[in-house]
Design a protein around this ligand. Sequence first.
Ligand SMILES: Cc1cc2nc3c(=O)[nH]c(=O)nc-3n(C[C@H](O)[C@H](O)[C@H](O)COP(=O)(O)O)c2cc1C
Length: 169
Amino acid sequence: MSAAPRRLLVVWHSFTGATRALAEALAGAARKEGADALQVTLLHAADAGADDVLGADAVVFATPETLASISGAMKDFFDRNYYPLLGRCEGKPYALLVCAGSDGRPTIAQLQRIATGLRLREVAEPVLVCTHAQTPEAITAAKLLPEAELERARELGALLAAGLALGIF
Ligand SMILES: Cc1cc2nc3c(=O)[nH]c(=O)nc-3n(C[C@H](O)[C@H](O)[C@H](O)COP(=O)(O)O)c2cc1C
């Protein structure tokens, strides 16, 4: 009898497609690496709740940076779920995917602060992708990321899948 699959949850939000593409690349690579031993769920931040996090063995938070912070939808996700999660997810592994025009560091710091409050355990370096969009036109345009950036998300997905499958996380 085979063991129940481990569960990886990816909570994502995206305005112009870049973070979504990264989250999907990560999930695809995790599915490939984890095969039957891993169940990967992608949930838009608006559709994700505390039970989804509690039911996962590891969680990825994927968000664009807006106004030097996590996006509004990701903020809403944490506003709705922070207290329902508090005291119930200590030590749960997590990793971060952040997509920014030029910075992203405030968003990573903010997510790490929230995760520290929840006593989550960061198990991989955050993946930060900069799109170098500077003008209003470039920032609001649909994004197509270079393959090399998608590959970084895939590497994180494969790492998380391997760690879960081997019982390291
Ligand atoms: C309202 C708004 C505010 C933004 N603020 C920042 C910012 O503070 N720092 C930054 O590096 N990028 C900022 N950006 C750029 C986005 O992070 C960038 O376009 C990113 O690719 C968006 O990801 P998405 O395609 O997943 O929506 C902002 C974009 C918008 C629409």
